[in-house]
Ligand binder design. Structure first.
Ligand SMILES: [Fe+2]
Length: 345
């Protein structure tokens, strides 16, 4: 059972000095920091980022820093628990808002971390992954898995902004994060797989003997279809929340090895209290308005806002209007490590 462990100060000074010289330290004074009782003690704090506050800063970044000087023109959403400048929103999730102006190109590169873009505003932007040109329309989810070359372009008239979600903190922690640059990719002259091979849920291209399936067969999840599916579920769910996971259409597995994405519809007037989850998460509001209480602190949110929750948070969502959110979380990683858990409140 729990008992008071000895502290560093309990130990004689000469012993502490000798340990220092030998490059060792006693575990027991620090034991509870690394193995607290019952539940983790997250450094992450709940965060909230108001898009209307950040948008002018992004537009100004477009005036101050040409994309050639930035490679990727991004404002990072820093975890309040780690302070502004932290390259992470939770222990495992990096979030940034990226701006691309008409006519600009973000050069091709490839890196070890995986990324997902959720399109916040603008028309005419696109990402090229593995030669596939993926249109970026509001609410779309576009994958650039680790190890896949990608570049971004913009053929529209207005600025385009998207939210980047990466497993960068994990790769950085593992000292495995790096990128390579290269020339722009030539694009295949056809629509992307979401518009051709995987147009309809439950239908996949005929499997030919010996023909392998690409690890990432579909890189774009158009929002219009996601919203239609959520509305259809909600129509029969009363004021229950409708939730759909983004999955690989060939395997049903999570779309990325470490990060999961769940689209949610909170009907107007509904209240939702999810279980306490061992995963950390961020919520991005595609459309709607409401408020969320996170461990006793209330955040009011509107369209295009983003908020984050530490592990095992007590969360209550209340929607004032029909609201659509995408939840970014690290459950796939925790599933693989074998410790994902939900607890009742
Ligand atoms: Fe990238």
């Amino acid at each position: 059972m729990s008992q008071q462990l000895g502290t560093l100060e309990d130990l004689p000074e000469d012993y502490r000095a000798d340990m220092q010289k030998a490059g060792v330290a006693p575990l027991w004074p620090m034991m509870r920091n690394v193995l607290p009782h019952g539940a983790p003690k997250p450094q992450t704090a709940a965060g909230y980022w108001n898009y209307q506050d950040i948008r002018p800063l992004l537009i100004r970044a477009g005036e101050l820093t040409p994309v050639e000087k930035a490679e990727r023109r991004v404002l990072v959403l820093s975890d309040p628990g780690r302070g502004v400048g932290a390259m992470q929103a939770t222990a495992s999730i990096y979030l940034g808002l990226q701006l691309l102006l008409p006519g600009e190109t973000a050069p091709a590169h490839v890196h070890t971390p995986s990324a997902v873009r959720i399109i916040v505003e603008g028309k005419g932007g696109f990402t090229v992954v593995d030669g596939e040109k993926l249109p970026m329309e509001e609410g779309d989810l576009v994958l650039t898995p680790g190890g896949e070359w990608h570049d971004h372009g913009h053929e529209g008239e207005e600025p385009i902004v998207w939210l980047d979600a990466l497993d960068l903190p994990l790769f950085y922690y593992l000292e495995g994060s790096y990128a390579k640059e290269g020339p722009l990719q030539s694009q295949r002259n056809r629509p992307d797989a979401s518009q051709v091979e995987y147009l309809s849920a439950g239908l996949a291209p005929t499997r030919r003997p010996g023909a392998g399936v690409r690890r990432y067969p579909m890189m774009r999840y158009p929002w219009a279809r996601t919203e239609a599916a959520l509305r259809a579920m909600a129509a029969y769910g009363g004021d229950e929340i409708a939730e759909l996971d983004y999955v690989n259409p060939e395997t049903g597995a999570d779309i990325l090895p470490t990060m999961g994405f769940t689209a949610m519809m909170l009907p107007a007037g509904s209240k939702h209290e999810p279980p306490l989850r061992s995963s950390s998460a961020a919520f991005h509001v595609i459309r709607g308005r409401g408020k969320t209480r996170i461990n006793g602190e209330t955040f009011e949110w509107g369209p295009k806002d983003t908020f984050s929750v530490p592990v095992f948070s007590e969360i209550t969502h209340e929607a004032d209007a029909d609201s659509f959110l995408v939840r970014v979380h690290d459950r796939p990683l925790q599933d693989k490590l074998g410790y994902y858990e939900e607890r009742s409140r």
